[in-house]
Design a binder for this molecule. Structure first.
Ligand SMILES: *Cc1c(COP(=O)(O)O)cnc(C)c1O
Length: 396
């Protein structure tokens, strides 16, 4: 099988469109000069649309995890009571960062594969609402579940009005509608290598007015991640430290594409690719992990059947240039994941499903040629019919 490059179906890093790749190779500029200030301002302006905020979106040179750490250390003090609502490996990580810095973390658990339940959160907060912050994961990349952030946040606002709401939005911001201000969120974090079609290296973060007040009182140690410095220098068109300028060029180029496509069409494209992925995998006999009502539009996780030698199967898939992701944490070796975010089109998904179908036949599993691809295409049509207003956004 020959392709110019592999079909990278992991939930980040994601493929770079040609203009983004070129942007990454551009000459350096003075990061204390006017061109840089314009770059920073452009990224901020375009990011706000996808965050759904009037607040400025700050850029920090770090992996998404660095952005999560920045969220914690700028909002909290040691011994603060924090309610973590983990729904998978990334929610666990967010909780871990808070406890490493000395927060007193209580966990409201959810079975992996299910979404955090607003009713369970209500019950918990009714009994105990004395929290400085609540940690939520927007899209849990390890399970392929998108949590109902608006409903969860509304519950916190009602029952623990003093608590800050910190959201890991790393793997779906930019791919699905998001309204930081309208949902009353206090800190939201995302990362360049997920839906933003750029290389890893930058984390984007926005804080509410309340969160900025909290940042002045927070006593967790911080230096590199002190967002008060980032805010002060951003006012002068700069970052406190030398940033990953090349990745910023890429984020800027990616946002230019997303703006031209329009957010509505970006979201519909992701919804269509997700519907196709789910239907294609199910038609191949794979059982999906996520509760269908909260299935993610950016990543799909499926159980590895007990009678399938996954290593051999995935080897054949890789030989056909389709790159899938494995499971994380306690799901390692139990599931595989298909990323469908960023620069993804329906043909990427149909191609991947076609390859899985071919390999399934190699492994003697029942697969009628073309059936899974047809199921994927039918699912896209159904998704379009369900949302006629967005139909024109479906990729050709
Ligand atoms: C990818 C991801 C992260 C971590 O990002 P890194 O850049 O790998 O540190 C955090 N949370 C979620 C939900 C993610 O998908």
């Amino acid at each position: 099988m020959y392709r110019f490059e592999p079909n990278l179906r992991i939930p980040g890093p994601t493929h770079l469109p040609p203009s983004v790749r070129e942007a990454g190779g551009r000459q350096m500029i003075n990061h204390r000069g006017p061109e840089f200030a314009a770059l920073l301002a452009r990224i901020d302006r375009r990011m706000r649309v996808f965050f759904g905020t009037q607040q400025e979106v700050l850029l920090i040179t770090a992996a998404g995890t660095g952005g999560l750490e920045a969220a914690i250390v700028n909002a909290l003090s040691p011994a603060d009571r924090v309610l973590a609502v983990p729904t998978g490996a990334f929610g666990d990580r967010f909780a871990k960062i808070a406890s490493v810095y000395g927060a007193e973390v209580t966990r409201l658990e959810t079975e992996w594969g299910r979404a955090a339940d607003p009713a369970a959160l209500r019950a918990h907060l009714t009994a105990d609402a004395d929290y400085r912050a609540v940690l939520l994961t927007h899209n849990e990349t390890s399970t392929g579940v998108t949590n109902p952030i608006a409903a969860l946040a509304a519950m916190v606002r009602e029952l623990a009005p003093e608590a800050l709401i910190l959201v890991d939005g790393v793997s779906a911001l930019g791919a699905v509608p998001f309204e930081m201000d309208a949902w009353g969120l206090d800190v939201v974090v995302t990362g360049s290598q997920k839906a933003w079609m750029a290389a890893p290296g930058m984390s984007m973060i926005a804080l509410s007015e309340r969160a900025w007040l909290a940042a002045d009182e927070a006593r967790m140690p911080r230096f590199y991640f002190d967002l008060r410095d980032a805010r002060k220098t951003a006012a002068n068109g700069q970052t406190p430290w030398t940033p990953a300028v090349a990745v910023m060029y890429q984020v800027d180029a990616g946002l230019e594409l997303m703006e031209a496509e329009t957010p509505a069409r970006v979201f519909t494209r992701h919804a269509a690719c997700a519907a196709a992925t789910r239907a294609g995998l199910e038609a191949l006999g794979f059982r999906l992990l996520a509760d269908p009502a909260f299935a993610s539009n950016t990543v799909t996780a499926a159980w590895i059947p007990e009678d399938l030698d996954w290593k051999a199967f995935n080897g054949e898939v890789k030989a056909r240039q389709v790159v899938l992701a494995g499971g994380q944490g306690k799901l390692k070796g139990k599931i595989f994941r298909v990323g469908h975010l960023g620069a993804v089109n329906l043909d990427d998904i149909l191609g991947a499903i076609g390859v899985l179908e071919e390999v399934a036949r190699v492994f003697g599993r029942p697969a009628e040629p073309g059936a899974a691809v047809a199921a994927a295409q039918r699912a896209v049509l159904a998704a379009v019919e369900a949302r006629p207003a967005a139909a024109e956004g479906v990729p050709a």
